[in-house]
Ligand binder design. Structure first.
Ligand SMILES: *Cc1c(COP(=O)(O)O)cnc(C)c1O
Length: 372
């Protein structure tokens, strides 16, 4: 018997995740020393010194299992957010919370999940892996959200609706009133999952986030992460805030130690480091303004963004296409994200770097466009 033919039939259809390239990969490929990565929306200031110190001090704890379900971190998060602790589930990145919600809430072969297109690839990946139909409707050409078309995808078997705000890759951030209206319009059995991975960078979160009014919306879950604002992408730590009954189900099926003991230490320290949070927000806000102004002047189309990245299209008169532009930047040691895997071959997504990285990127981009 050919064992390879006995896997779940949908699995061979999957393509590997296409992440931002790793710094080591580019150093090796082009024989470079310094490489600047502005491709995965990581924190431009790196890891908080307070977190670094806490990790060093607790490194010897690595032989211990964490406390199952990370209750200390969930308590700290609940306090930080002003929500009940029973509503918080911590995970190995928000990726794990997405996986949990799909497996807990959607019934294979019967239910469906709805979202916009393009959207974060994990929603569709987990849905399909679970044998759950994944339905999508295209964003408006300006990347705003066609709410009616999204609601029209839903039926009596729609288990989950995923919405990302600020959206990735565009940075578009709808008004909180639009999300409230969506929550009211979805069928009663459908859970609205709002992925707020980038909400920490928004100027006025109360105008955009449902976090403050979850009491009034028992059909809403919110995802957040330590990967972006808190600079912990490599440690893997995210969380969901959801109705207590659902959090309880998730906690029962979740691998008990998926949040490792050092990630918990780091998360607790990160929540205490208000200085780092303030400095990161300022660096992102200033960097975003600088890059927007420079790129616009160079002829790029730059979409409005409240996140720590900018979606841009190559200047109409550019002598090279987005793929070539990305490749030439790579040769000079700068990594940005081509959008081919999102079906947007003319676009690139640029994560906000440090002030120095931003200047280096702009200078190099100008050279490339002038030489081409
Ligand atoms: C980066 C990102 C996340 C965070 O994922 P983690 O697993 O917490 O690192 C979630 N959703 C979106 C849309 C993202 O871009």
């Amino acid at each position: 018997m050919d064992l390879q033919k006995t896997v779940q039939p949908q699995v061979p259809e999957f393509k590997p995740y296409s992440p931002g390239l790793a710094i080591e990969e580019i150093q090796e490929r082009y024989g470079l020393g310094r490489v600047v990565k502005m491709a995965s929306n990581e924190n431009p200031l790196g890891t908080s010194p307070v977190v670094h110190k806490a990790l060093t001090e607790h490194a010897a704890l690595a032989f211990r299992y964490a406390q199952a379900g990370t209750p200390r971190l969930c308590r700290a998060l609940a306090e930080h957010l002003g929500v009940p602790q029973e509503c918080v589930v911590a995970g190995n990145g928000s990726d794990e919370i997405i996986d949990l919600l799909v497996r807990v809430k959607a019934r294979p072969g019967r239910d469906n999940i709805i979202a916009f297109s393009p959207c974060f690839s994990m929603y569709g990946l987990q849905a399909r892996l679970c044998g759950v139909e994944f339905r999508q409707t295209s964003l408006n050409p300006d990347f705003s959200f066609p709410w009616d078309a999204l609601v029209a995808l839903a039926d009596e078997n729609t288990a989950l609706c995923f919405v990302t705000t600020p959206d990735n890759p565009s940075g578009y951030t709808p008004d909180v009133e639009d999300l409230k209206a969506l929550a009211r319009r979805l069928p009663p059995q459908c859970l609205l999952v709002v992925d707020e991975a980038y909400m920490d960078f928004v100027e006025d979160p109360s105008a955009h986030s449902l976090m403050g009014c979850l009491d009034a919306f028992p059909n809403v879950a919110i995802l957040r992460t330590f990967s972006k604002l808190y600079g912990l992408a490599g440690l893997r730590l995210g969380y969901g805030v959801m109705p207590a009954w659902l959090a309880s189900y998730c906690a029962r099926v979740k691998p008990p130690f998926s949040v490792n003991i050092l990630a918990e230490v780091a998360g607790l320290a990160a929540l205490e480091d208000a200085d780092f949070v303030r400095a990161t927000r300022r660096a992102v806000s200033e960097g975003r303004q600088y890059l927007r102004a420079e790129l616009t002047e160079m002829g790029f189309t730059v979409h409005p963004s409240q996140a720590n990245f900018l979606l841009t299209e190559m200047p109409a008169a550019a002598p090279l296409d987005a793929g070539e532009f990305v490749e030439r930047l790579l040769q000079r040691g700068i990594i940005i994200r081509p959008m081919g895997s999102y079906n947007m071959p003319r676009s690139v997504r640029i994560s906000i770097g440090s002030a120095e990285e931003n200047r280096e990127f702009i200078a190099t981009a100008k050279e490339i466009l002038a030489d081409a």
